[in-house]
Design a protein around this ligand. Structure first.
Ligand code: GLU
Length: 439
């Protein structure tokens, strides 16, 4: 039974980078008919906010990435206490009292000597008296997990075989001096208890995975299959981290990006398979293959989402947008025809309103100086609305007859006179929707 989880900290809004993690884990679970857990990593009471937890769920719902259950780390503190006790009893958790300044100094010294800045385990050789004295002077220490100095190896679902020398990594702090459990311990306990079988997360977690594998083993748990996807960069390969604030899922939604455009893009970006625009999540599930993704940083350009959105809308059947179209005030009997005319001429659903206004109120005519006389003649030949399916053909034939113009010289000035634009829908289809003409 496949069980995956998406584990955001509710300390901010989801962005395109998080979406990749969420999507991959969701796809693995759904493809296998397994379980997808939304886990809120909210052990930090100061930074975690309910408002963000709500926003995360809202964003996932917008995308259709449904979860089977929600777990919150803040409600599992007892379990983390028990796990810490177990690790202490096994001699794998030890208390350290160095101040941040002392640690910094140690790191600098190591770097100066050309050594990796790994915690030197000085606290391990403290006597009971020294520990008691330090605790009295400095308060509680932090608790570190004692790594086994071995090579930690796993077959990564994206990176292939990975091998980490545990001696090159500092013993991770699992509990802060104020008693707060840190992500590493909480995550490991949850992965064990919830029977997580597959973990996909960003490549920034590779070292964490090494240490977590040892902690899972120390607690007697089963090690899940791990895969680390590359991190996203901007279109020029620049770090995206600073811009992620403007690439939040809610921003994209506000800009009119369609969920299936975003998902189709993300389900393929950085893989060896071409991007395939899917109308449904089932199609995405069917075409998903984790092993097709590469390790290289993946370039992401938000502008790619708009042509995909436009394509998706251009082929969307009326039934799926009926509500949104009628919400604009398009009369019921015109709504389907309006959609069929407008859908190929919009980038996002936001553009629909301008087309409807044009149909309802008419457009200010745009007339090039050399066409003034021609358009004046044409407008005299144009009856008032309502128009029918033949109105355009009849009118243009009459104008052709009266002026002798044909082809583009005939049609373009008329289009501009009626719509104020030099592009847009098929005029024959648009005319029956025009309720007003501004002359
Ligand atoms: N809360 C962690 C993060 O957002 C979860 C990482 C994980 O998947 O274990 O980075």
């Amino acid at each position: 039974m496949t069980v995956t989880r998406f584990a955001p900290s509710p300390t901010g809004y989801l962005h395109v980078g998080n979406l990749r993690t969420a999507l991959f884990n969701w796809l693995i679970a759904r493809k296998a008919g397994g379980t997808f857990i939304l886990r809120l990593d909210d052990t930090d009471p100061e930074r975690s906010k309910q408002e963000y937890a709500d926003a995360i769920m809202e964003d996932l719902e917008w995308l259709g990435l449904t979860w089977d259950r929600v777990e919150r780390q803040s409600s599992r503190l007892e379990r983390y206490h028990a796990a810490a006790d177990e690790l202490r009893a096994k001699g794998r958790l030890y208390e350290c009292f160095e101040t941040p300044t002392e640690l910094d100094l140690k790191r600098k010294k190591q770097l100066n000597m050309g050594k990796p800045p790994v915690y030197d385990r000085a606290a391990l050789s403290l006597s009971d008296e020294e520990r008691a004295r330090l605790r009295a002077e400095r308060g509680n220490g932090v608790w570190r997990f004692l790594l086994d100095h071995e090579r930690i190896e796993w077959e990564d679902g994206i990176l292939g075989p990975v091998s980490i020398d545990a001696a090159s990594v500092s013993d991770p702090v699992l509990i802060r001096a104020d008693g707060q459990f840190l992500y590493t311990l909480a995550s490991v306990c949850d992965d064990i208890d919830f029977g997580i079988t597959d973990v996909v997360r960003g490549a920034d977690h590779v070292t964490n995975t090494g240490t977590q594998i040892q902690i899972i083993r120390a607690l007697g748990g089963a090690v899940p299959a791990f895969a680390h996807h590359s991190l996203l960069t901007g279109p020029q390969g620049e770090a995206l981290s600073k811009r992620l604030g403007t690439l939040s899922l809610r921003d994209l939604r506000a800009q009119g990006v369609e969920p299936m455009a975003l998902i189709s893009h993300m389900a393929r970006l950085g893989s060896s398979k071409p991007i395939e625009l899917c109308d449904t999540l089932d199609e995405v599930i069917a075409g998903f293959d984790l092993s097709s993704f590469g390790a290289a940083p993946t370039k992401f350009d938000v502008n790619d989402l708009f042509p995909l959105t436009a394509h998706l809308l251009a082929r969307r059947p009326y039934a799926e947008v009926a509500e949104a179209v009628e919400a604009l005030g398009v009369p019921h009997d015109k709504a389907e025809a309006f959609w069929n005319v407008a859908r190929e001429n919009i980038t996002t659903m936001h553009d629909l309103e301008a087309w409807w206004k044009l149909c309802r109120d008419g457009a200010r005519p745009v007339v090039d100086p050399e066409d003034e006389e021609f358009v004046a003649t044409a407008m005299r030949l144009l009856p008032d609305p309502p128009y029918g399916p033949n109105s355009w053909a009849e009118w243009t034939a009459a104008v052709k007859e009266a002026t002798g113009r044909k082809g583009r010289a005939l049609f373009m000035p008329l289009r501009k006179a009626l719509t104020g634009l030099d592009h847009g829908p098929d005029m024959a289809a648009l005319m029956p929707l025009l309720q007003k003409v501004r002359r």
